[in-house]
Write a protein that binds this ligand. Structure first.
Ligand code: GLP
Length: 234
């Protein structure tokens, strides 16, 4: 794992953007794996203000809340359009459909999307409990797309974006850890003291399904971009 320490999320966004840009200019990127949450927002700002053209690229997102329409302003579909896709059109933007009628079929459909669009660079945030996508502690490293139950701590952490905690969906569709690990290159971003323990466990801890992001120790090309607070336990 390559660790890059940055001053703050603004510098982190620029560093992550430079990695994407370099790979794009080398012709190495057909599909970007994208993430939501507040962490990648500064990266998306860099992408939006850049002169890069993404219209030949596909994007595949990690996850979506079950039960939210794409038009709901709390959906990850909405988030991606607001922060990136409205300003920078891609060829195709893939996300799980939060209101699919049949969950099992939706997971199978999304696995096919991932198989048809092998991810060249996967952007990741990390939960305070070291979840990636919505793969909570205990998720199998062999997992593919699944409908998952969110933990109480994730619901609590994500409730800051909702009017009240009861509004936070309790389930989500998430790309599995096995699929994330198939990305050629992975860039994980983490900012703030709340992520320090998760970063320590991810980088220096035991590789265990209790720490979903620890799977990344087994990946040949992972860059972790952390600010001082998130890196303080390393
Ligand atoms: C959600 C997302 C994750 C994200 C995490 C952290 O649970 N499913 O992909 O990494 O939140 O969010 P934030 O970046 O806002 O701290």
């Amino acid at each position: 794992m390559k660790i890059i320490k940055v001053k703050d999320n603004v510098e982190g966004g620029k560093v992550a953007f430079d990695i994407i840009k370099e790979e794009m200019l080398k012709g190495n990127v057909k599909t970007l794996g994208l993430a939501t949450g507040s962490t990648p927002e500064t990266l998306y700002q860099e992408m939006v203000k850049s002169d890069l053209d993404f219209s030949d690229l596909n994007s595949v997102n990690l996850d979506e809340y079950v039960g939210l329409e794409a038009s709901n302003d709390q959906s990850y579909d909405y988030f991606m359009r607001k922060h990136l896709f409205d300003a920078k059109p891609f060829k195709n933007n893939y996300l799980p459909n939060g209101v699919a009628e049949n969950g099992a079929k939706e997971c199978a459909r999304y696995d096919q999307v991932i198989a048809d669009n092998p991810i060249d660079i996967q952007i990741l945030g990390i939960g305070e409990n070291a979840h990636i996508g919505f793969n909570e502690p205990g998720s199998s490293f062999e997992g593919t797309t699944a409908e998952v139950q969110l933990t109480e701590s994730t619901i609590e952490a994500n409730s800051r974006n909702f009017a009240k905690k009861e509004d936070v969906p309790t389930r989500a569709y998430s790309m599995g850890i096995k699929s994330i690990m198939q990305a050629k290159k992975i860039v994980l971003l983490a900012y703030g003291a709340k992520k320090a323990q998760a970063i320590l466990d991810t980088v220096n801890g035991e590789i265990t399904e209790d720490v979903p992001a620890s799977a990344l120790q087994n990946h040949p090309d992972v860059t972790i971009i952390v600010d001082e607070e998130a890196a303080k336990m390393l």
